[in-house]
Design a protein around this ligand. Structure first.
Ligand SMILES: [Zn+2]
Length: 264
């Protein structure tokens, strides 16, 4: 067992997840900041990216612009897991918004944004149940939003699959949103938690494929490279190994960063 982290996070439940109750604020008090330090307290972490300094992600953080935006509705237990990939989206796409999911106390800012006509929000969720089939839309709805000069927004439920289903079923304020399922042949490359199936993509991978299918190819490619660097760096850190020489994704991001710096 490494001092850095558990070897593999399972996809079933987070630390302290009791599996009962209704998910109200009282049951999920906001955890203290950086509570995970307890697990990795023997490792010096970068203050900015939280990875061990040896494999710091920061040199590879290159911003990208996209037509579509990603808003994350993050389960309270997911926020503070260092293996969470939702934060990678925000690192690359500065328009990304992150909200904490509480069933009984929806975020007021999110509620206001859902009513804002500048945005066309889509709730990303599988289309495998009959009872909400009338809300399911396809990518043409994203194109239509763009043609109306509205900003497509992909709202991703950021948690384990079980948490995401719970968030979907228990959030009345999401009930009127169109549902956009992600159809992709991509198999997950995420190495830090064990997926129940290769078809179960992690949060960053879902965003990457949505951006790609929605026409934001350059942003998707850059986020994909950043995801690969995170994935590789985190996995190597569990073995106390420094990645050297740089991977192909690292080299591409370094080159893009150099270009961005000279343009400033
Ligand atoms: Zn860093």
């Amino acid at each position: 067992m490494s001092a850095f982290d558990r070897p593999v996070d399972t996809d079933s439940s987070g630390p302290g997840f009791s599996g009962h109750g209704d998910g109200s604020v009282a049951e999920y008090p906001r955890p203290p900041r950086r509570e995970f330090k307890a697990r990795g307290s023997f490792v010096t972490r970068c203050e900015a990216c939280q990875l061990p300094v040896m494999n710091c992600l920061c040199p590879y953080q290159v911003k990208a612009e996209s037509h579509a935006q990603v808003w994350l509705l993050t389960h309270p237990l997911e926020h503070f897991k260092p293996t969470n990939t939702g934060r990678l989206i925000r690192d690359v796409l500065t328009t990304t918004q992150v909200f904490t999911w509480y069933r009984m106390a929806p975020d007021a800012c999110l509620l206001a944004l859902l009513e804002d006509p500048r945005y066309a929000p889509f709730l990303i969720f599988p289309d495998d149940q009959a009872d909400y089939a009338d809300r399911v839309v396809g990518l043409e709805a994203v194109e239509e939003a763009k043609s109306q000069a509205r900003i497509p927004v992909f709202i991703i439920l950021d948690g384990t699959w079980r948490q995401a289903r719970r968030m979907f079923r228990r959030s009345v304020y999401l009930d009127k949103l169109p549902i956009l399922p992600l159809h992709t042949e991509r198999e997950t490359r995420y190495r830090l938690r064990k997926p129940a199936s290769k078809a179960h993509l992690c949060t960053a991978e879902v965003a990457i494929e949505l951006l790609r299918q929605g026409g934001d190819i350059a942003a998707a490619d850059r986020l994909d490279d950043y995801f690969d660097v995170f994935n590789d760096s985190y996995a190597a850190s569990r073995l106390h190994h420094k990645i050297d020489p740089p991977t192909a994704a690292m080299r591409r991001l370094s080159a893009q960063r150099d270009v961005a710096l000279t343009e400033e």
